[in-house]
Design a protein around this ligand. Structure first.
Ligand code: ATP
Ligand code: MG
Length: 716
C-alpha cells in the first residue's frame, strides 16, 4: 500500500521500524530487556498481514508460554482486527509441533489420534521397563531416567543418536537401552511425551523431504520470541522450517537466558549467523520499560558475567526512584515490609495488579500468602498451586489432621499409602466398605481388619504398622512441640526419605516447602490452633479474581512487566540458589545472575530488593548472608539508606524468636539465653550488613555518565 505509513508504525524508533519492515531474509533482533523486542515481533507480524505479504495461516510464530502466545494474539488483534483469528500457527513450540504431528503421525508410526502423556505416565512406564530389566528401581529411579531421556530429546537425540559416551551412569549405562524400549512402548501405545513432539517433527522432516517441503512452502514467514531460551531440538526444528524461504526473524537477549538446565543453548544465537548467512542483525538500545535507576542497576549487575555478547542500553525515563534494597530481621519481617509497601502503594493509587512479587523458589511464597490472607490483600499465584494447595503440604496436613482427629476419613484416605507402604487401592476400598457397613471410621475399620484374615498378610502388617505409628504420634501431642511432631511424622513415616531418594525436578522444592511449613507452625501455640488456622486460610484462600497482586517465580516472569516489583530473598544460598552453584559452579552462578537481571528489568517504576538476616530452616535459625548480587548493584542507583532501622532486631523480636522453641536441643537459640553461638552469629551478621550499607562499592559497574543531556547511556 502506498501513501502514508500505517498507524501501527507510528511511535516505533528507527531501529524498531527497520526490524519491522525487514520482512524478507533472515533477521536477528538482539537486544536487552524492555527494548521492545516482543513489540517489534508482533508489529512485524501485523505488518506482514496488513501489507498482504502472507495470509494468517502462512505465518509461523512461536513463543515459550501459552500466556505469551495469548498476549501476542491479543496485540495483533488490536492492530489488524479479527483477521488475527486465522493465525493457526501462532503458539508454543509444543502446540505447533503437536499440530504438525497430527497431520502426519502415520509417517513416523503413530496414528493421528495419538495421545500426549504427562510426566506421571512417563514415569510409570519407565518404572515397568526398569523393573523388567531387573534394575533396582529404588536406586535408579524412573524419575532420574525420565530426566535423562528428556535431556537427550532436548538435544535432538533419538535412541540411535545418543553417543555412547553420553550413556551416563544410569544402571551401568543401560539408559540408552531403556530409552529405546521406552520409545517402542510409546509407539505401541500410540502415544508420545512432550519431548517427542519436536523430535518426531524433526524425524518427520528429515525422513520425508516432501513433507518438509510442504511446510517450508506454507510458512512464508517464521518468527520466534525469547530466542535465547531455545534448546537444540527447537533450534533444529526451526532451522529446518526456515531454511526454505529464509524469512526467519528471531528476537532475544543473551542476558536473559535462564533455562540452561533445560538444555537451552545461548550458542544458538551465535549459530544463527552461521546457519543463515547474510542475516541482518538489528540491535535495539533504547529501553522503554524502566526508569534510569532500574535499568542502570540491572545493567551494572549483569556486567559481572563473563560470557556475554555485551550491549548498550539507555532510557529517556530519567530520574525516578533508585532501586531500594532493604535488609530485615527474618522472613516474617520481610513479608510485613512487603505487605506494608503494597498497602501504601494501593493507598497512593496503584492497583494491586500493578505489583508483583518475584521469588527465586516457591517456598518463599508462603510467608507472603499468609500475610496477604491476614490483611485481605487479594493475590494470584502464577504457574502453580498456592502454597497450602500443594500436594506435599496437603499430605502433611492430612497426617496432622488424622493425628488430631482419628475420624478424619478423608485425611486417612489421602495418606494411608503416601508414601507407598504397600496398601493398594483394593485394600483401601475394602476398608471404606467396612467403615460404611459398620458405621465406623476408616481407622477403626483398619483395626478390625488387622485382626481378621480379610486381606493378604502383607497388607495387614503394613496397615498394622501404620496404625501403630499413628497411635504413637497421637500420644506425642501435647508433650512434644507440634513443630517437632510434624518433623517426626515426616521422618518416621518415610515421607521425607521418599522425597530425598527422588531425584526428580520437583522433589527438592517439595522438601523446601515442607521445611517452610514446619517453620511456619511456630507462630501457633498448639496443634489444634494451627489446624484451625489452616482451615480458615484454606477457606479464604480462594483464587482472587480481578485486581490482585501477582506472586510468581522469576522464571515465569520472563517477558512480563509491572510498575512495582518486589524481589525478596536476595541471600546467598537462596538467590543465588545453593543448588545452582553446587551443580554447575560458575556457569550456574552466571545463570542465576541473568535471572536477577530478568527480575530487576521486570520493573517499570519501582524495584524493591530485600534480604533477611535470619531464616528458620527446619526450626533452626540460620544466619543468612546478603546475596552477592546485592553487592554487585552499582551503588549510585541503589537506595539502601532507609533500611538501617530494620537491622536492629529489637527486644520484641528476640523474645518471639526464643519462645518459638521449647526444645533447646534443636534450636540455635536457647530459650532465655542470647549467648548461644547462633545468636552471636546473627548479631554479627546484623551489624555486618549495617556496615556494608555504607560501603557498597561505587559505580564502577559499567555506569557511564550520560554525555547527551537527553539520555543516560548505560554500558553493559
Ligand atoms: P523483554 O526482554 O523483557 O522480553 P522486550 O524487549 O520484549 O522485553 P517489550 O515487552 O516488547 O520489550 O516492550 C517493553 C515495553 O516498552 C512495553 O510496554 C512496550 O509497549 C514498550 N515499548 C516498546 N517499544 C516502544 C515504542 N517504540 N514506544 C513506546 N513504547 C514502547
Ligand atoms: Mg519480550
Amino acid at each position: 500500500p502506498a501513501g502514508a505509513a500505517p498507524g501501527y508504525l507510528d511511535g516505533l524508533n528507527p531501529e524498531q521500524r527497520e526490524a519491522v519492515e525487514t520482512t524478507e531474509g533472515p533477521l536477528l533482533v538482539l537486544a536487552g530487556a524492555g527494548t521492545g523486542k516482543t513489540r517489534v515481533l508482533t508489529t512485524r507480524l501485523a505488518h506482514i498481514l496488513a501489507t498482504g505479504r502472507a495470509r494468517p495461516w502462512e505465518l509461523l510464530a512461536v513463543t515459550f508460554t501459552n500466556k505469551a502466545a495469548r498476549e501476542m494474539r491479543e496485540r495483533i488483534t488490536h492492530i489488524i482486527g479479527p483477521e488475527a483469528e486465522g493465525l493457526r500457527w501462532l503458539g508454543t513450540f509444543h502446540s505447533v509441533a503437536a499440530q504438525i504431528l497430527r497431520r502426519h503421525a502415520e509417517l513416523i508410526g503413530l496414528k493421528s489420534n495419538y495421545t500426549i502423556i504427562d510426566t506421571d505416565d512417563q514415569e510409570r512406564l519407565l518404572k515397568q521397563l526398569i523393573e523388567a530389566e531387573n534394575i533396582d528401581a529404588k536406586r535408579w529411579t524412573p524419575r532420574i531416567l525420565s530426566q535423562i531421556i528428556d535431556g537427550w530429546k532436548n538435544r535432538g537425540w533419538t535412541p540411535d543418536r545418543v553417543p555412547t559416551s553420553e550413556a551416563g551412569e544410569f544402571a551401568n549405562g543401560k539408559g540408552i537401552t531403556l530409552y529405546r524400549q521406552y520409545q517402542e512402548r510409546l509407539r505401541i501405545l500410540n502415544a508420545c511425551d512432550f519431548g517427542d513432539l519436536l523430535l518426531h517433527n524433526i524425524s518427520l522432516f528429515t525422513g520425508h523431504p516432501d513433507v518438509l517441503d510442504e511446510f517450508q512452502r506454507r510458512f512464508k514467514y517464521v518468527m520466534v520470541d525469547e530466542y535465547q531460551d531455545t534448546n537444540v531440538a527447537q533450534y533444529l526444528w526451526l532451522r529446518l522450517l526456515a531454511q526454505g524461504r529464509q524469512n526467519v526473524c528471531c528476537v532475544g537477549d543473551d542476558d536473559q537466558s535462564i533455562y540452561g538446565w533445560r538444555g537451552a543453548e545461548v550458542d544458538n544465537i551465535l549459530r544463527f549467523e552461521r546457519d543463515f548467512p547474510g542475516a541482518k542483525v538489528v540491535r535495539l538500545e533504547r529501553n522503554y520499560r524502566s526508569t534510569e535507576h532500574i535499568l542502570a542497576a540491572a545493567s551494572g549487575l549483569i556486567t559481572t558475567n563473563k560470557g556475554r555478547l555485551g550491549k548498550t542500553l539507555w532510557t529517556e525515563a530519567k530520574g525516578g526512584e533508585k532501586v531500594k534494597v532493604s535488609g530485615v530481621w527474618d522472613g516474617e519481617a520481610e513479608s510485613r515490609l512487603v505487605a506494608d509497601e503494597i498497602e501504601r502503594a494501593k493507598k497512593a493509587g496503584r492497583k494491586y495488579s500493578q505489583m508483583a512479587i518475584l521469588v527465586r523458589a516457591s517456598f518463599q511464597m508462603r510467608a507472603f500468602e499468609e500475610r496477604f490472607v491476614m490483611l485481605q490483600i487479594p493475590y494470584k499465584v502464577v504457574g502453580g498451586p498456592r502454597f497450602f494447595e500443594r500436594a506435599e503440604i496437603r499430605d502433611a496436613h492430612a497426617y496432622l489432621r488424622l493425628i488430631q482427629s482419628p475420624d478424619d476419613d478423608l485425611a486417612f484416605e489421602r495418606i494411608v499409602n503416601t508414601p507407598k507402604r504397600g496398601i493398594g487401592d483394593t485394600s483401601v476400598q475394602k476398608l471404606l466398605q467396612i467403615a460404611r457397613l459398620e458405621g465406623i471410621s476408616t481407622v477403626e475399620a483398619a483395626r478390625v481388619i488387622i485382626g481378621s484374615d480379610d486381606l493378604p498378610a502383607r497388607t495387614r502388617t503394613a496397615l498394622s504398622n501404620f496404625i501403630r505409628d499413628l497411635d504413637r504420634w497421637r500420644s506425642m501431642v501435647g508433650s512434644v512441640h507440634h513443630q517437632r511432631l510434624l518433623e517426626t511424622v515426616l521422618e518416621e513415616s518415610g515421607y521425607t526419605d521418599a522425597l530425598r531418594l527422588d531425584k526428580g525436578p520437583t522433589s527438592q522444592t517439595r522438601l523446601e516447602n515442607l521445611k517452610e511449613l514446619v517453620q511456619s507452625m511456630g507462630a501457633f501455640d498448639t496443634l489444634e490452633a494451627y489446624l484451625e488456622h489452616v482451615s480458615l486460610v484454606m477457606d479464604l484462600d480462594r483464587e482472587a479474581t480481578g485486581d490482585a497482586v501477582w506472586i510468581m517465580t522469576l522464571h515465569s516472569a520472563k517477558g512480563l512487566e509491572f510498575p512495582l516489583v518486589f524481589l525478596p530473598g536476595w541471600e546467598e544460598g537462596v538467590f543465588p540458589s545453593q543448588r545452582s552453584m553446587d551443580d554447575k559452579g560458575e556457569k550456574g552462578l552466571e545463570e542465576e545472575r541473568r535471572l536477577a537481571y530478568v527480575g530487576i528489568t521486570r520493573a517499570r517504576e519501582e524495584a524493591r530488593i530485600s534480604f533477611v538476616a535470619n531464616r528458620q530452616v527446619y526450626g533452626r535459625w540460620t544466619s543468612q548472608l546478603p546475596s552477592r548480587f546485592v553487592d554487585e548493584l552499582p551503588i549510585a542507583h541503589v537506595d539502601a539508606a532507609s533500611e538501617t532501622g530494620y537491622y536492629g532486631g529489637g527486644p520484641g523480636m528476640q523474645s518471639t524468636a526464643a519462645s518459638r522453641w521449647d526444645d533447646p536441643g534443636t534450636s540455635a537459640f536457647q530459650a532465655g539465653s542470647y549467648d548461644s553461638p547462633g545468636w552471636k552469629r546473627a548479631q554479627e551478621r546484623t551489624s555486618g550488613f549495617a556496615e556494608r550499607g555504607g560501603s557498597w562499592r561505587g559505580g564502577g559497574a559499567g555506569v557511564r555518565a550520560g554525555s547527551a543531556a537527553r539520555s543516560a547511556p548505560i554500558e553493559g
